[in-house]
Design a protein around this ligand. Structure first.
Ligand SMILES: [Zn+2]
Length: 187
């Protein structure tokens, strides 16, 4: 009997060891700091209950998918976002979540609230309007992990596309399979 118990214990211990890295990878999120001091406003104790998904690319000279050129473009327009996700799935932080980033513009949430910047976290996927340049699998994986992480830390009422809150002005995020993303979020 003793040997069977010991055997079971060893199996349980082995399973725990095998699952630990998996649990760890689900709870940690690697974020590269690229904090900016434009297109944002510092705030205290703002209430966050919305996540807005966007897409963006560098429309000027150079690589359209270069994250630093996209940030330069933000500087020119005095806008920003809290996060940018590169084509390779790397997550860059531009603005602390506690601060407001100028990403939503004139827009309205389904419950009628305007001034969406003040209550939301904005996430940009680097992609173009070309249907061949849909968001990559690494981007969607990182976006899912990031939004799950945000949901675990705030009481989030809305996860919406920029085009959902400003339909007359905005069409982003472009070429994104939104239903598939929502399914991944629910898993
Ligand atoms: Zn947008």
């Amino acid at each position: 009997m003793h040997s069977i118990k010991s055997y079971k214990f060893k199996i349980a211990f082995l399973l725990l060891c095998l699952s630990a890295p998996l649990l760890w990878s689900q709870t940690t999120l690697k974020v590269i700091d690229k904090t900016v001091n434009f297109g944002m406003r510092t705030t205290q104790n703002r209430k966050i209950d919305a996540v807005i998904i966007h897409s963006v690319y560098n429309a000027s000279e150079g690589d359209k998918y270069d994250v630093d050129l996209v940030i330069k473009q933000f500087l020119r327009y005095h806008v920003s976002s809290h996060y940018i996700i590169g084509r390779d799935g790397k997550i860059y932080k531009l603005v602390d979540e506690k601060n407001v980033s100028f990403q939503a513009g004139h827009s309205q949430l389904p419950d009628g609230r305007t001034g969406v910047n003040s209550c939301s976290i904005g996430i940009e996927l680097i992609t173009s309007k070309d249907s061949l340049d849909a968001p990559t699998e690494p981007q969607i994986k990182s976006l899912t992990a990031l939004v799950k992480n945000i949901k675990s830390r705030y009481s989030i009422k809305y996860i919406l596309r920029h085009s959902d809150i400003a339909p007359a002005r905005k069409t982003d995020p472009w070429n994104m399979n939104w239903e598939d993303f929502l399914k991944r979020l629910a898993q």
